[in-house]
Structure formats: structure tokens, C-alpha cells
Design a protein around this ligand. Structure first.
Ligand code: SF4
Ligand code: SF4
Length: 103
């Protein structure tokens, strides 16, 4: 019984470390500013920002077209608050949120 408890604790620690290792980022060229990710973030780490003309110019062709159709509202993650839990990744219908491992 003790062994099982230890295994569960070990698994939780590993999961926790994995979460902390990652950085969750938003691909501004894919985001359409729908705000769905804001609703699931338990830490209110996501806000909507307006890209400047200069920032829009730096987007991919797909991103610039998206701005023309949907506007320049984009989701932005405050890395100081984000725990990289990944809940927002599942919520995004544009597959605009990705997690990468911290180097
Ligand atoms: S990141 Fe995805 S869910 Fe969040 S605002 Fe952009 S498109 Fe919507
Ligand atoms: S990974 Fe989790 S904490 Fe970070 S922005 Fe997404 S939902 Fe919020």
C-alpha cells in the first residue's frame, strides 16, 4: 500500500515538473481573438491585446489576412502568471496555442 502511495506521489511530482518546464505561447498569426481561451484560464493569465500596424506587418501572410477579416485583437499570455497547465491549448479552435519546453 505504501509503495502505491509513493508511486502516485512520484507521478504527481513528475507531472508538476513537466508543467513548470513548459512555456505556453500564442501564435499571433493563427489567433483570431475569439477570447475562448480567456474563459478557461484558472489564473486569468490571458488578455486580449490590439496589435499595432507594425506588429501586423510582422505576421505571416495567413496572419495578415486573418487581421483583415477578424481584426487585430489577439490573445496574449502573461508569462509571470501562467503555470503552463495547458487548459487553454485544448480550448483553442484555431490551434494557435502551443507549449514548448523551457531551455
Ligand atoms: S488563442 Fe485561440 S482561443 Fe484564444 S483568442 Fe486566439 S483563437 Fe481564440
Ligand atoms: S497554460 Fe494554463 S495558466 Fe497558462 S495561460 Fe493557458 S490556461 Fe492559463
Amino acid at each position: 500500500m505504501k509503495g502505491l502511495k509513493q508511486k502516485i506521489i512520484q507521478k504527481k511530482i513528475i507531472q508538476e515538473l513537466k508543467i513548470k518546464e513548459g512555456i505556453v505561447e500564442i501564435d499571433k498569426s493563427s489567433c483570431d481573438g475569439c477570447k475562448q481561451c480567456l474563459n478557461v484560464c484558472p489564473h486569468s493569465a490571458i488578455t486580449i491585446i490590439n496589435l499595432s500596424k507594425e506588429e501586423v506587418k510582422k505576421l505571416s501572410l495567413k496572419g495578415r489576412l486573418k487581421v483583415k477579416i477578424k481584426g487585430n485583437n489577439k490573445a496574449s499570455i502573461n508569462q509571470e502568471i501562467c503555470t503552463a497547465c495547458g487548459l487553454c491549448i485544448k480550448q483553442c479552435h484555431e490551434f494557435a496555442i502551443h507549449k514548448r519546453i523551457k531551455k
